[in-house]
Design a protein around this ligand. Structure first.
Ligand SMILES: Cc1cc2nc3c(=O)[nH]c(=O)nc-3n(C[C@H](O)[C@H](O)[C@H](O)COP(=O)(O)OP(=O)(O)OC[C@H]3O[C@@H](n4cnc5c(N)ncnc54)[C@H](O)[C@@H]3O)c2cc1C
Length: 417
């Protein structure tokens, strides 16, 4: 029976909610583990879960410097999709979307996956052709995609500006299986399911160094003492370059701030995720009624989880250019997150030159949708000591070998944003 089934919720409600237990344990770190995962965000927690669930490896610790789920996994705009162009990306993101589709049953936790459709607007013939190409590539890979004309878009989202728009809408590329998921529930769901399988989730435990013997990692140094491990996986998102440097790895990653915004709650007015084609802007409406949206990076390197005013202004002007009715709403919340921007816009899920040390990072501003797929593939890579075909291209060496996965519009050239 589901732990949060209707009968249980009703019983607890009637008896003062005194029967709930903490959702995960608070264990003391052991002296050694088979696998240590650095970083208790979505990707680290998902990796620990799949190590236990798919590979039977339960002697695992997730070390988190703060509290679980306080990083980007709880700060994003919750969009999930698999509408990529390049073969190295399509299989990976489609695996992730398929895992999202059954995630609530897998975790026995309501992650509020909502396949409401992701609609990318196009505003010129050239943009239509590019979107048609992307849609065709998706369909050839067995992924759903529909190219809509202006009237079909108007039927789906009538409040878009179709009258005197500065960038008239010509149509859109729709992935109906895309949508949103409740971001912090994803962290809690993976954390609870990993804990239930015996994984130690250790909070307030910052990794400050690695003990490397020859070319093999032996232990991590932490603020709670050294912890030995046969294998160590790094999954620290915006802090990837810093943590990798502790192991002597210099990665092609820069950290940048990305902001998100939420308006006051209103009745349902937007039933899909919609992205603007004339500027970088994306929006959806949460189940509570707030409009959740974001735009571009702030434009310079930072580890601060807040944002600057010129970027806010640009995002707001995109919002009202696309959906003029938003001009009457108040923004009630805003925050920033630190993005690990790789230089081709694609991630790393791979071994490193150091034996027993594995890397997961470079998610740019698109890593939330990757969470289950990334955890699944990283767990496979750690357990088998080799990548799964779906993440085989996500190596560090691709930069040396000239095999970049340059998926335009997904983060390349962070300095240009
Ligand atoms: C505003 C915003 C909007 C976004 N919108 C979307 C979106 O709509 N769709 C999408 O797909 N993606 C989106 N993203 C990107 C997505 O959120 C990230 O790519 C993804 O969450 C990163 O992986 P994570 O969840 O593991 O990261 P995090 O949750 O950041 O996890 C990394 C963890 O590592 C910990 N850590 C760091 N250093 C150490 C250390 N030395 N020792 C121990 N622990 C450490 C951190 O405290 C953190 O908890 C957005 C991001 C932001 C900020």
């Amino acid at each position: 029976m589901s732990r949060y089934g209707a009968l249980r919720v009703l019983r607890e409600g009637l008896t003062g909610n005194r029967g709930w237990q903490p959702v995960w344990r608070e264990p003391q770190p052991k002296e050694s583990y088979e696998v240590v995962i650095v970083g208790g965000g979505g990707h680290g927690l998902a990796t620990a879960f799949y190590l236990a669930a798919e590979h039977g490896i339960t002697d695992v610790a997730v070390l988190e410097k703060g509290a679980l789920g306080q990083g980007n996994v709880g700060r994003n705009t919750t969009i999930i999709r698999s509408n990529y162009l390049l073969p190295a990306n399509t299989a990976f993101y489609e695996r992730s979307l398929k895992l999202w589709e059954s995630l609530e049953r897998t975790l026995d936790f309501n992650t509020m996956v909502s396949q409401r459709g992701v609609l990318n607007l196009y505003h010129s013939d050239a943009q239509r052709d590019a979107f048609a190409r992307r849609g065709n590539a998706m369909r050839l890979a067995g992924i759903d995609a529909e190219l809509l004309n202006r009237d079909e878009v108007r039927e789906l989202v009538p409040l878009l500006d179709f009258k005197d728009a500065r960038f008239p809408i010509e149509g859109g590329l729709l992935q109906r299986r895309g949508g949103t998921a409740r971001h912090d529930a994803v962290a809690w769901g993976f954390a609870r399911a990993a804990d239930q399988r015996g994984v130690d989730l250790i909070q307030d435990c910052e990794v400050t160094g690695f003990d490397i013997d020859g070319d093999r990692v032996r232990a991590v140094r932490t603020t709670r003492g050294p912890i030995r491990a046969r294998k160590v996986g790094i999954a620290v998102a915006g802090h990837t370059s810093q943590v990798a440097q502790l192991a002597g790895l210099d990665l092609p990653i820069e950290s940048h701030v990305l902001q998100a915004f939420v308006t006051e709650a209103v009745k349902p007015l937007l039933h899909h995720v919609v992205t603007f084609g004339a500027a970088h802007f994306y929006i959806s409406q949460s189940d509570k009624g707030g409009l959740v949206f974001g735009g571009d990076l702030d434009g310079w390197n930072s580890f601060a989880q807040r944002g600057n005013l010129p970027t806010m202004e640009r995002v707001m002007s995109s919002a009202v250019a696309m959906l003029p009715c938003l001009g009457r709403l108040r923004v009630v919340r805003q925050w920033g997150g630190v993005m690990d921007m790789s230089f081709d816009g694609s991630p790393f899920i791979c071994r490193t030159p150091i034996e027993g040390l594995y890397l997961n990072g470079g998610w740019c501003y698109g890593g939330f949708k990757a969470t289950p797929g990334s955890g699944w593939c990283f767990a496979h890579t750690i357990a088998k000591d080799e990548p799964h075909p779906d993440n085989a291209a996500y190596t560090i060496e691709r930069f040396r070998e000239g095999r970049l996965i340059d998926e335009s519009g997904h983060g390349p050239f962070p300095w240009a944003h």
